[in-house]
Design a protein around this ligand. Structure first.
Ligand code: F6R
Length: 605
């Protein structure tokens, strides 16, 4: 979603380049306009704002309107919530005097009321945004309250104020005689790896030689910097045409990293859960609720099958946006698992906060160190996947599913439902999966590839149906989500047996169907559902297990994956579906890394 960058350093710095570079590193979060404000050596705040991609802002700056050098500035990528994505609504937003200017991530829910009050008091508004309310409020009180904001004033040429209240992340990058403020680590990684994470309810003051953090009530906060071990290159394309493709190809490594330090010689150790176990928080667990959104929700649906099978405890997977408002029955006997790669998804955070208030123990599964979810959880299982820059989740999906498998095996063992030998044997199969994903990827990168040509042929269709049963069902849902997200082809996933209860009416020769029919105890059933569809003349594509020649009789195209345990099959079956979506999107000339209207971390409800 929206992104913030701020810089304060010596007089005469090339603030414009630093801000534009930082914004380009935040592009992956998703946005539809961008802007910067630079305090020049002349002491004036110069604003440049443009609807559309950062390239438009860069070219307008390069074509004659580059702000002079200066000492500080702030920049922003805006994902429109209040008001259309145009030049006027783009951030930063100045106050009436032009002395103060503000960038802001999140939503100000009472903005209409504030705007009315401020207008009555004589403030004049230029944009339709909720953010502009802040600049006028700060003008009135010289202090503000919001989600994540950065404020500069031409009367304070060596000071940036950042504040965080609510969801949006905010980090400070520590430099020599210069400091950086950003809504995400990749934005500052080329300048420094030493960062301070700003917590909810904190204000940070950045000056060239110092950074001070305090609570909203003024209490000073001492915080040790973290050293980020992602190298800047991990956030570069590394020769791939798109981040999404690079990240699909990184999946064998991502899966290995999820197992790293947790699986050793057939033994499973989740030391992250030890404190929770010792505190007895997991003893009386009678049910589990997995709370997540989008792709993480699909990972949670797969985990339901695994945890119920191995730990024999009922599991419900609920989309976070519904969980919050369904008056959930949770208490100390309900373990809540939050799955969120970004750790900042507002719906998930709010739902988990509510579950905690009812006494539920919480385990977070996330990729981002020190993200907001980690502070709401009793234990954190990190994905260890490295940065994911493509807006759509690919490698973090595979990592989330893997970490949830480990959690399921651990719970199964702790509850005495799985023997050490059973765990060992399942882990041995899981450890084979990175090599098996590599085989799928090697084939896809070779002249034997069948996925790209197929996706190219199918890319002219406007609608596609995905079906699966058992763990094949959430795999189908994820395949459909990937396709619609990046290629904008309408796609829906269904449980294979459910299709004939209504949705089969959608099928015609122009609506291809992708069936997930890997080896499983419901294989025959899926095949008979596929036959029902074939009788309606739909083009049939099937993801099947290598060696299954029979499936060719029922399909127009078959995408083979290696054999594994049924429960682990989503890790393999998802790969051709990701590649299919990718090639369909490239054929349709879509913006694969930053699909329209999408954001990497959805920090508003
Ligand atoms: C799909 C995608 C979104 C996210 C969803 C949850 O490719 O990226 O559906 O999965 O917004 O995000 P996290 O996992 O950060 O909570």
């Amino acid at each position: 979603m929206c992104g913030i960058i701020g810089y304060v350093g010596p007089q005469g710095s090339d603030v414009t380049s630093i801000l534009l570079d930082g914004l380009s590193k935040l592009e992956y979060r998703g946005y539809d306009s961008a802007g910067i404000a630079v305090l020049t050596t002349a002491g004036t705040l110069e604003l440049r704002r443009r609807a559309g991609k950062i390239a438009k802002l860069v070219s307008s700056v390069e074509n004659g309107s580059r702000p002079n050098k200066g000492s500080l500035g702030i920049g922003h990528t805006r994902w429109a919530t209040h008001g259309r994505p145009n030049d006027i609504n783009a951030h930063p937003h100045p106050d009436c005097t032009g002395i103060l200017t503000v960038v802001h991530n999140g939503i100000i829910e009472n903005y209409a009321e504030l705007r009315r009050e401020l207008t009555e008091q004589g403030h004049s508004f230029r944009s339709e945004t909720d953010t502009e309310v802040l600049s006028h409020l700060i003008e009135r009180y010289y202090m503000g309250e919001a989600y994540a904001i950065a404020v500069v004033s031409s009367e304070q040429p060596k000071l940036i104020i950042g504040a965080r209240y609510g969801g949006g992340p905010l980090v400070v990058g520590l430099g020599e005689n210069e400091q950086f403020l950003a809504s995400d680590i990749p934005a500052i990684l080329t300048h420094t790896r030493r960062v301070l994470i700003i917590d909810e309810g904190e204000i940070v003051a950045l000056r060239p030689q110092s950074v001070t953090i305090s609570r909203l009530d003024g209490t000073p906060v001492e915080r040790e910097p973290l050293t980020i071990d992602w190298d800047a290159q991990a956030a570069e394309k590394g020769g791939y045409p798109h981040f999404v493709l690079k990240e699909i190809f990184e999946q064998p490594e991502a899966l290995r990293r999820a197992l790293l330090g947790r699986v050793r010689q057939g033994q499973l150790q989740l030391t992250e859960l030890e404190r929770m176990r010792q505190a007895g928080l997991l003893e009386g667990i009678q049910r589990i609720i997995i709370v997540a959104c989008g792709t993480s929700y699909h990972a949670g649906l797969i985990a339901k099958y695994a945890i119920e099978q191995w730990a024999r405890v009922p599991v419900e997977t609920i989309t976070a946006a519904e969980f919050r408002y369904c008056n959930p029955i949770v208490g100390p006997e309900t373990l809540c698992i939050a799955v969120t790669q970004s750790g900042e998804t507002a719906d998930t955070l709010v739902g988990i906060r509510q579950a905690r208030e009812h006494g539920a123990p919480v385990i977070a599964v996330t990729n981002v160190v020190a993200s907001a979810i980690t502070r709401l959880s009793d234990a954190v299982l990190y994905l260890q996947a490295g940065p994911e820059i493509g807006v759509v989740a690919t490698k973090t999906f595979i990592s989330s599913v893997t970490v949830l498998y480990l959690l399921g095996l651990w719970l199964g063992q702790q509850r005495g439902k799985l023997t050490a030998e059973q765990v060992q044997s399942l882990l041995a199969s899981l450890e084979q999966v990175p090599g098996q994903i590599q085989q799928i990827l090697d084939r896809a990168a070779s002249t034997d590839d069948v996925i790209a040509p197929l996706a190219k042929r199918m890319a002219r269709n406007t609608s596609m149906i995905f079906i699966g049963r058992g763990v094949g069902y959430p795999t189908a849902l994820e395949g459909a989500l990937k396709l619609k997200e990046i290629s904008y082809i309408h796609a829906e996933g269904f449980p294979a047996g459910e299709l004939k209860h209504g949705s089969i009416a959608l099928l015609d020769p122009d609506t291809p169907l992708i069936g997930v029919a890997t080896a499983s105890h419901v294989y025959e059933k899926v095949v008979s559902n596929i036959q029902e569809v074939r009788a309606r003349d739909a083009h049939i594509i099937v993801v099947a297990t290598e060696g299954d020649e029979v499936i060719r009789q029922h399909a127009d195209d078959v995408l083979y994956v290696p054999a594994t345990e049924e429960i682990f099959s989503p890790l393999l079956a998802s790969i051709p579906l990701q590649l299919f979506a990718y090639h369909a999107a490239v054929t349709r000339e879509c913006n694969v890394d930053q699909p329209r209207n999408l954001a990497k971390s959805v920090t508003v409800e």
